[in-house]
Design a binder for this molecule. Sequence first.
Ligand code: KG4
Ligand code: ZN
Length: 343
Amino acid sequence: MSQHDVQKAVNILAIETSCDETSVAIVRNGREVLVNLVSSQIETHRQYGGVVPEVASRKHVEVISEILAEAFAQAGVRLSELDAIAVTHGPGLSGSLLIGMVAAKTLAMVTGKPLIGVHHIAGHIYANQIEHEIVYPALALVVSGGHTELVLLAEEGRFQRIGQTRDDAAGEAFDKIARALGLPYPGGPHIDRLAQQATAPIRFPRAWLEPDSYDFSFSGLKSAVLAAINQAKMKQQTLADADVAGGFQESVVEVLVEKAVRAVRQYGARQLLLAGGVAANHGLRSALKARCEQERIPLLIPSFAYCTDNAAMIAAAAFVKWKKQQFHPLDLKAEALLSLEAW
Ligand code: KG4
Ligand code: ZN
């Protein structure tokens, strides 16, 4: 790389279509977000109570060209001013990933600029780099609709999963409990809102698993909450939804916070990074902030807009690869089960 290349601003266009959000961003030097457009399909999927994969990919096809055009217009950037095209190539819904991949490859082909495939979770983690400076080794707590993981970053761009969910992801558990309470999809934000109104949160079990394990499990908690709701119904009693939501959220949050803090200590991490859609949860954010302050652990949390699926985070992670000139050939495949270690 010449001195000129090192100093020149690097414009990365990123595309994210791994689930039910179509997003395009243009980000300069990995952190200056020129534009970050997100088109959500939530209204479409709500009537089915969850994401329908076939519908998701069709919706991506319908909007991707328009969002790309809008992103260039809003950022005031020309195609020729891009330095690389980044795209989420996994994990996610195959049909949805494919739409973003085709768009990204087309742009890479037309511009002759390199293609950079990004792991969706690497994107969630590097969302923290947009507004903060990550210091290594760092420990990331990833909590999204599809993933609940503790990830060690020994250095920039190197990921090692030290724990993960054995059943439901945290966000998935939030969505299922919300559904049982008759709340619309996705239920996480509704549980969050209700939990803030709890006056006597119900005490539900905590799934600590084996003493030294960094794994998570939320299916037992989910069963306990559903059983409590059903028992109350049978006895013709009413449980306050806010107290159910509050108790459920407290159980999830306590386990997440404890395990994350213990992992930071054991691995000598210099920062704790929060990542994923559930990072938007007020209960989790405040419990983590309080605990990290007490323990003097520097905690990074992305702004709300960068917590849920968005393409700016994909561009931020792609910049890590760009610095190492790690590019992908145009026959890069979408991988529904892509591993983070091999991102
Ligand atoms: O990261 P994300 O946007 O998509 C995936 O990659 O999965 O996460 C979506 C998940 C959903 O399960 C949603 O209910 C949850 O994040 N979520 C929340 C909140 N906002 C979004 N869960 C709890 N509290 C919230 N405020
Ligand atoms: Zn996500």
